[in-house]
Design a protein around this ligand. Sequence first.
Ligand code: GLY
Length: 423
Amino acid sequence: MRVLVIGSGGREHTLVWKISKSPEVKKIYVAPGNAGMEINAELVSIKAEDSDDLLSFAKEKKIDLTVVGPEAPLVDGIVDKFTAEGQRIFGFSESGARLEGSKVWAKGFMERYGIPTGNCSVFDDSSRAMDFLKNNDPPYVIKADGLAAGKGVIICNNDDEARAAVNRIMMKKEFGEAGKRIIIEEFLTGQEISIMTVFDGKDYRLFIPSQDHKRAYDGDNGPNTGGMGAYAPLPVYTEELRRKVQKEIIEPTFNGIKRENIKGAGILYFGIINSVDGPKVLEYNCRFGDPETQVVLPLFESDLFEVMFEATKGNLGSVDFQNSSDAAVCVVLASGGYPGSYKKGYRIKGLDKAIETGCLVFHAGTGKKNDKIITSGGRVLGVTAVAPNLEESLMKVYEGVDQISFTDAFSRRDIAMKGVING
Ligand code: GLY
């Protein structure tokens, strides 16, 4: 089988690594990929947004399965385009990707199917949004409706921050069309749980639940990032909570998807918060999470290629789907300054030594110069350790992290601590 993976981050490196383990797969292409993927795949210099070029490439190379990593091509309808031309592709259609592509649409979906989520108001007029802020009390979460490269969700602790967020999104139009409408939502507290599922049009399976660390610095301080680390399993996800999430969130969501005749086989990611009033949906994503994938796939024992391939045929029921009982921790190494501005092009040292500790090293923002690996993004690497329990994974992961160095590198030192303390 010949596979094309679309994307270039740590999630896509993990996908390529996992797909390469399938005995069915003879060749993997990745577009555009990154420096770490060259061991398992051939890099193709087509951007993830160039769906026409990707389609031509898939036809020319007789690709058996295309796997879409990031959300933007899904929201832009790449699956509909490939499917119309008879090309097999794993991911939701444009109609399904709206669950991530429009936060307003997703809220309406949750309302239609009685799925618990935070209370919110929707605005397409900035003066009305400002009036709402005058008559209500912070904290709020203010969200741009559309995709904003992970930056469109702003936590506002006071009125000044909330007014500034409305100003940035609606008046200065920092996120363009994505900010034409906004949601002002109540701020919920509690532990977050990421549940990734695979759907084949009628049936679904659950990967192991995991937890992301969105803030930049230890103790959940600092600005929101794309994610600074993840771990699984989650001691907070008790059997009682699992049953509640299944009954109140997962089942009604898939019933809604089927009822609305949403097409495509893909990943549905549930971002859930275990609030004082019970579990609630913070967001849906129509793709694998990053960096959750860097712990969930190393803990997935079955053949991911087979799962995705059969899912596109509506055949999920026929495949083996086994999550391991081990634990995994992933720590992200980032460029100094991230998620704000940062410099690129620094030489990365110690990658081989990190791998010698038994850790997996997934590349995100890396490139190559004179055959040396250099930094080329905010989140640079994800180091993952797998061990029989969280404590051992935690010790092992920092052994790996400590082998790696580049100018101004930083990482959180408390990834998975909540899990170890709760456990
Ligand atoms: N880690 C959160 C996300 O992938 O959206």
